[in-house]
Ligand binder design. Structure first.
Ligand code: DOR
Ligand code: ZN
Length: 381
């Protein structure tokens, strides 16, 4: 007997598909295949491509590339690092309805990450103002550049660079929890000031969850997402994963991890989104380890991991199928005005037991931080 259920094709509101500019890592076509195999029918793709997606022309180029892709409906975030890009976004939003329809909003980096797209701090307030006025969904990578910088400096004063750089687990100390908390608190202060609907990307800490919960209780228009790698992995996993566990924000403590699950339970968390960020194995397995690029793939493994949690296999990781529907379809659909229909469905065999092996997944990068995990639940069509 099989136990097949249907779900709306999922929405993953945070992916990096790397095209144009980094096709050696992946392309829209390869990662759309991976998304489809993982039950994800729609994604919102990030602007740290090359050229960076910070002009109307660069945006239009991505839209025309996506028109060739049939496995997945790809929407795009616009990026802004300087004032001129904000002018481009205003132009796109007001004068190009066909591009606006493909634009999920504006992505800000409050500190550098892969692609070095940290926004000029002097224009952040203006961005919050404009997004509120034009109703542009605003999402940010929240880490404090000052705290990250001083945390790294502190560590490098304690030991030789060669020692630090050989231990990738120190990445989590170089981008500490306090950095995320400080940055979220700053963003919340701007939400308070301008009433801008604001979404926290890949929230990873207990403090962050606490801040978002309190802001919601104050009635502020704030939402957040958490990533499967922060839900299912912690700093304990560096031992196994080495550089394959390096991402931004970094792996956190098991207490942070528990706080994210609690945030799902109490409704603080609005979306689960993968931050799917393929890099080649060659790039990841470099010396010294600390120089490996940050980012892990995840678009194809999100649903099986969540379904396994829903099956009750893991006592400390609880979620229901109804919550999966909310967090991976209804909420992102609403927050980013994606207009996806729940009549476009996927079928999932809830009893299918299988083991995650990168060689059977479809991402071009050919590795996964969940290699060897035994899961239940598989997309059958
Ligand atoms: O780990 C990450 N990888 N975090 C980011 O912010 C960017 C992403 C990437 O593009 O590789
Ligand atoms: Zn990202």
């Amino acid at each position: 007997m099989t136990n097949i259920i249907t779900l709306p094709g999922l929405i993953d509101c945070h992916v990096h598909f790397r095209e144009p500019g980094f096709e050696h890592k992946s392309t829209m076509k390869t990662e759309a295949t991976s998304a489809k195999a993982g039950g994800v029918s729609c994604v919102c793709e990030m602007p740290n491509t090359n050229p960076p997606c910070v002009t109307v022309d660069a945006f239009a180029d991505k839209v025309s590339r996506a028109a060739q892709i049939t496995d997945c409906d790809i929407r795009f975030f616009f990026g802004v690092t300087e004032a001129a890009h904000l002018e481009e976004l205003k132009d796109l939003w007001t004068n190009h309805p066909e591009l606006k329809a493909r634009c999920s909003g504006l992505k800000l980096y409050l500190d550098h990450s892969t692609g070095n797209q940290k926004v000029d701090g002097g224009i952040v307030e203006e961005i919050f103002k404009i997004c509120a006025a034009l109703k542009i969904p605003l999402i940010a990578h929240c880490e404090s550049p000052e705290i990250n910088e001083s945390a790294e400096k502190f560590l490098r004063e304690k030991a030789e660079d060669t020692v630090i750089d050989s231990d990738v687990s120190l990445h989590s100390l170089m981008r500490p929890a306090a950095s995320e908390a400080e940055s979220i608190a700053y963003a919340i202060s701007l939400v308070q000031k301008y009433n801008t609907p604001f979404h926290v990307a890949h929230l990873s800490t207990a403090q962050g969850i606490g801040l978002v919960k309190a802001a919601k209780e104050d009635g502020l228009p704030i939402t957040c997402e958490v990533a499967p790698h922060h839900l299912f992995l912690s700093i304990e996993d560096y031992k196994e994963l080495g550089t394959l566990g390096k991402m931004n924000p970094p792996l956190r403590s098991s207490l942070d991890q528990q706080a994210l699950w609690k945030g799902i339970e109490d409704g603080t968390v609005d979306c689960i989104a993968t931050d799917h960020a393929p890099h080649t194995l060659e790039e990841k397995q470099v010396t010294p380890p600390m120089s490996a690029p940050s980012g892990v793939p995840g678009v194809e493994t999100m649903l099986p991991l969540l379904l396994t949690a829903a099956s009750g296999k893991w006592e400390d990781r609880k979620i229901t199928i109804e919550q999966i529907k909310k967090l991976c379809f209804e909420n992102p659909n609403r927050i980013f005005n994606l207009g996806r229909s729940d009549t476009e469905i996927i079928e999932v065999d809830l009893d299918a037991e299988w083991t995650i092996h990168a060689k059977e997944l479809h991402s071009q990068c050919d590795w996964t931080p969940f290699e060897g995990w035994e899961v239940v639940g598989k997309v059958v069509s």
